[in-house]
Design a protein around this ligand. Structure first.
Ligand code: AMP
Length: 188
């Protein structure tokens, strides 16, 4: 089996700190549902990580370049002891393993896109990593599925996701489907 992440602290060093993290997942190329499902399955193989919630799949209009397939989007909540930088490395490894090229057109089609939306109440902005994700409050395809599984606080905008959705100016089409993703974690 593919081992996705190796760097994690020796368990005897210090007690592990687990965090609740929300990840955005999207695909608009190839078998979109299968790419989302495979991303979920790979997230479960990460060390000290389990899936604790998965939203229904949403069908949403592409932003930017509109002449491309609709996106399937979902939000996944994980419980992890990986720190933000380790987690970013892990989701990039998953994207690459699923066939996403390192370089891609900014608004172009993609087999898989994984973003760290919220990492507990942590705020970070350095070396190419911004948490909370700087676009999350502007995107209904993120806020709708996120609200389906939880209603956390946004640690920069200081309001609940439900309030972000009420104020969200995004007018693009976002539709809940009956499609679902599954995990093997008992608590999800
Ligand atoms: P994207 O094309 O949306 O997948 O953007 C990928 C790049 O955004 C990555 O190379 C990351 O370095 C950077 N990035 C910054 N903040 C985040 C975040 N919160 N989640 C995921 N990627 C991020």
């Amino acid at each position: 089996m593919l081992k996705l992440n190796t760097a994690h602290p020796d368990k005897t060093e210090s007690p592990m700190n687990f965090h609740s993290v929300f990840l955005g997942a999207g695909s608009n190329s190839g078998n979109r549902l299968d790419y989302l499902q495979r991303a979920c399955s790979m997230l479960e193989t990460l060390p000290d990580t389990s899936i604790t919630g998965i939203s229904p799949v949403y069908l949403s209009e592409p932003l930017g370049i509109t002449d491309q397939d609709m996106f399937y989007n979902a939000v996944i909540r994980i419980r992890t002891a990986l720190n933000p930088r380790e987690l970013l490395g892990s989701i990039k490894t998953i994207e690459t393993a699923l066939g996403r090229p390192e370089q891609h057109k900014r608004w172009g089609p993609r087999v898989i896109d994984l973003d760290i939306l919220l990492y507990g109440q942590i705020v970070a902005d350095s070396d190419g990593l911004t948490i909370p994700h700087p676009e999350m409050h502007k995107r209904k395809f993120v806020l709708h599925p996120l609200l389906d599984i939880d209603n956390p606080d946004h640690p920069v905008l200081h309001c609940k996701v439900s309030e972000l959705l009420e104020k969200c100016p995004d007018s693009s089409s976002v539709e809940k489907t009956s499609l679902t993703l599954h995990s093997h974690s008992p608590s999800s």
